[in-house]
Design a binder for this molecule. Structure first.
Ligand code: 5RP
Length: 222
């Protein structure tokens, strides 16, 4: 689906606003990364005296949270979270996702795993019947880049492309796998996780979203 840029921004903002419905007093909120989440962080500012703080998935989101007066907490200190709010690059009908377009997939995956409820906020352009049109991000240890790329090519037939010049918050590199049609996302996620040098895979199928909010008029909650 193609959507005009300003309509898309408004859809993202509406989805982010709706995610406020899932907040509870005294919560520590897990916060993802990206342009949709940026709207959520700005909206969260109205709640800053009612929540204990946020666990952030990136330096980018941490900076925005702090600029909004929201305390950023360490996941090791917070312990398990009740709520994680994040965007996605693609979302299938089973709420399985491709994430990592912004390069924050590893910390996003950690926080999603630590959270009881994962609320995913998207605009309608992210909804797909089958994942894989968006290149699948894989975070890799730098010395393993070509080893992992060869293994991905052999295992999937997809084309791994190095996101050259990008260094993740964890000091690693990213390969984006093009030309995939992911009919069994749980299987692919499991297989790719086994390749030595892979830090994490931007497939969120083993731990999908629990709730998906699709911004628009009207906002839809799936
Ligand atoms: C970052 C992500 C983002 O959630 C994803 O890229 C969507 O971003 P946006 O809200 O800007 O469309 O996974 O690593």
């Amino acid at each position: 689906m193609t959507t005009a840029p300003n309509l898309m921004s408004e859809s993202k903002r509406l989805a982010a606003q709706k995610a406020l419905d899932y907040l509870e007093d005294d919560m520590i909120v897990g916060v993802g990364t990206g342009s949709t989440v940026a709207y959520f962080i700005d909206a969260l500012a109205a709640w800053k005296h009612r929540i204990r703080g946020a666990v952030s998935s990136s330096e980018q989101s941490s900076a925005r949270l702090k600029a909004n007066g929201i305390e950023v907490l360490d996941l090791n200190v917070s312990g398990p979270l009740l709520l994680y709010v994040d965007g996605a690059d693609e979302c299938d009908p089973h709420k399985r996702l491709i994430k990592g377009g912004g390069g924050a997939l590893t910390r996003e995956k950690i926080i999603a795993q630590a959270s009881e409820r994962f609320v995913c906020i998207i605009d309608a352009s992210k909804q797909v019947p089958i994942l894989g049109n968006f290149p699948l991000p894989v975070e890799v240890i730098p010395m393993a880049r070509s080893l992992v790329a060869r293994a991905i090519l052999a295992a999937t037939g997809g084309q791994p492309v190095w996101r050259e010049g990008v260094v993740t918050d964890n000091g690693n590199w990213i390969l984006d796998i093009h030309n995939l049609r992911i009919v069994d996302p749980v299987k692919l996620e499991t297989e790719l996780n086994q390749i030595p040098g892979v830090v994490s895979v931007g497939l969120f199928a083993r731990r999908p979203a629990d709730i998906v909010i699709v911004g628009g008029e009207p906002v839809r909650v799936l």
